[in-house]
Write a new protein. Sequence first.
Length: 336
Amino acid sequence: STDASNPIGVGNVAAKALLDLRQNDGANQLGNLAPGAYADYTGYVPVNTPDVVTDPSKWQQLRFANGASPSYIGAHWGRVLPFALASGSQLRPPAPPVYGTPSYLTEVQGVVDALANLTEQQKVIAEYWADGPASVLPPGHWMLFAQIVAKRDQNSLDADVKLFFLMGNAMLDAAIATWEAKRFYNTSRPFTAIRALYAGKQIASFAGPNEGIKMTDGAQWYPYQSRNFITPPFAEYTSGHSAFSAAGAEILKRFTGSDKFGHSQTFAVGWSSFEANLPKSPLTLAWPTFTDAALEAGVSRIYGGIHFASANQAGQDLGRNVAEAVWNKGQSLFQN
């Protein structure tokens, strides 16, 4: 039914309007811009292969322990039509530190030092927030948090329609803006940079499942991640986790009128899939505020050896700015 005088008709009309709008929004879901649903149509070609690093400052395609070697995911995503932004580049963050400069080397050393000194809690943080393949992914993680808040506050249906509309569009625009920056700067991950800069030097590395942190030649360095998913297959700057989390936290803070979250999660002995008997005793992560959760999500990627500090900070800033734009547009559309 498309009878707008009843709820079913309203839903069908709204769904059709959205599907029509998104039919050719730049995502290439139909595979008509390049073969394959959501395939890149911009002609992105990495300068580095899994076996040869020509430019260690640029993104490198990797080969995982299971033989997978995924190509760059979402190279075109910065061209997708946003909800509140004028374009994917509208909020592009300033450039990160240049490879090899003192500020860059400080950031690289920060990741090396973080991994060398990981506490049990930091290991759990790194794994809990990873949200890799076959998971809800970072946007889904924050949608689950929104569900917790909706139940906590006993939201009405009308309130939840607005909340999840705002959250969904904040995740959409955060993804577009983040992937535009990733493609524009095309920077290397810690995996590539550390192996290039510390070759021949002994540094701490994740030795693999149940092997813990051990000293190794920098050319063989590994982050604190599964060997079957060493690092996500797209450029480092900025951090998607940080942007999604900051955007979600900002929407929830504005919607509820408070930064108070009050949520926690306890991890049983041996919860980790990275290391046996981790944690050694039940361990609880608690987030008194939405901001606390967003900041922890961001720093988790430094603990895990996935991002540098500048990508985390730029991602946090980007996420908050996206949320503000989405919030303002959302308010202009709502009728009380």
